[in-house]
Design a protein around this ligand. Sequence first.
Ligand code: UDX
Ligand code: ADP
Length: 452
Amino acid sequence: MKICCIGAGYVGGPTMAMIAHKCSGHTVTVVDINQSRIDAWNSDVLPIYEPGLDEIVKASRGKTLFFSTDIDTAIREADIIFMSVNTPTKTYGVGAGRAADLRYIEKCARKIAEVAENDKIVVEKSTLPVRTAESIKRILESNSKGRKFQILSNPEFLAEGTAVADLENPDRVLIGGDQTPDGLAAIQKLVDVYAQWVPTENILTTNVWSSELSKLTANAFLAQRISSINAISALCEATGANVDEVAHAIGTDSRIGPKFLKSSVGFGGSCFQKDILNLVYLCEHFGLPEVAAYWNGVIEMNDYQKHRFGRRIISTMFNTVSDKKIAVLGFAFKKDTNDTRESAAIYVCKDLIEEQANVSIYDPKVPEAQIRRDLGLAEDATAVTICDDAYEATKNAHAVLILTEWDEFKALDFKKIYDQMNLPAFLFDGRNLLDLDALRSIGFEATGIGRG
Ligand code: UDX
Ligand code: ADP
């Protein structure tokens, strides 16, 4: 079979690389309108950083895996077309700040309708509001010219930083399709692709809407756990309890479980906020304001947590950070990725820049230009310096912030860092990554999230 994927991003790239890696009988072509992104996929330095990704891309590239900007040919030749384009939150018009912006999806659907010469299975892979498949179907069917299109929903559950492992060994693969003979046949074709490496009992099939809604719900539940423990972290700080101990204690209850209970400066990433906003918008649209308000609370708590961290830094540092050097270690939204979308670091840095601090940032994988773009800074803005390592960033600093849980930060020589800082030297661990007692014994005034 020939498989095409439109969109060579964080989802499309790794997912197709894994399909090519596991299904040597199929040809997989990933296309994108962004020429430089495609060039990067074809080069030695891939456009996204994911542990283990280089190996599987390099093993299949040019054999069963291809990256191209020739979208028309890839669509024309494909039996199955994945749509993996971006679906950001709308920034304009009706639903601004909440609804998903579906213009890229719609453009893709129109492109498929224009170019396809025979029947196709079209798979929505991006995170989409419930009933998007319905819209895609209408666009395709009203331009069908005798061709038949089957629309499937196959949401992605991979997490960045562990994408390769998640794809290789998924908890489940979910495929939604029409419960008609043609729809069921299309579902089976996609099941057969995944069944090359995923046990069939882990491949779940549903109707289209259940599949779409499951993706939003899974992300809402995961984010809700983080907001719940973050809410408790504020109470821990007020009362002297330790949030890590509380999380461990409740996580040993098998009904609760230990995962996604790590208190932090706030969740980021391209999915959680966007998907919950989507869910909220959907509930409002269907006249369910109480349900909308319930889920919106998860986002409100996350916003509170991000700004609370900034406020705590300022109040601890004698109520002013003006002209003080603040070293920020970590800018990605989590470790092992170069992705910064919705990273808590963006919000914390902006709050500190607003307070006229001089911010020095070091992240092992995020390029300088990306950081400057995220902070809305001009090339020559001096409020922020981007550094090549943690020691440079912390030199003469008044405070160090840990904003991403990169493993390399655990191995830093904090005595060396302390010795080159202004005293009193503050350390704010926004990821509860470090041993605060050990830092205090060096001399740091160290605080974490929900840890006194
Ligand atoms: C998420 C979902 O996990 C994945 O299934 C879905 O397909 C896409 O969205 P991702 O955003 O890549 O994946 O990363 P994830 O590991 O879920 O982390 C999201 C954010 O939550 C990060 O900022 C992370 O640091 C934070 N987080 C996670 C916490 O603060 N505490 C935790 O216990 C777990
Ligand atoms: P995700 O995290 O969902 O993968 P990304 O933004 O990383 O999101 O990737 C989406 C990709 O889709 C981008 O590289 C973008 O250029 C591409 N894209 C958007 N619209 C189209 C389109 N109409 N045709 C082809 N590619 C597109």
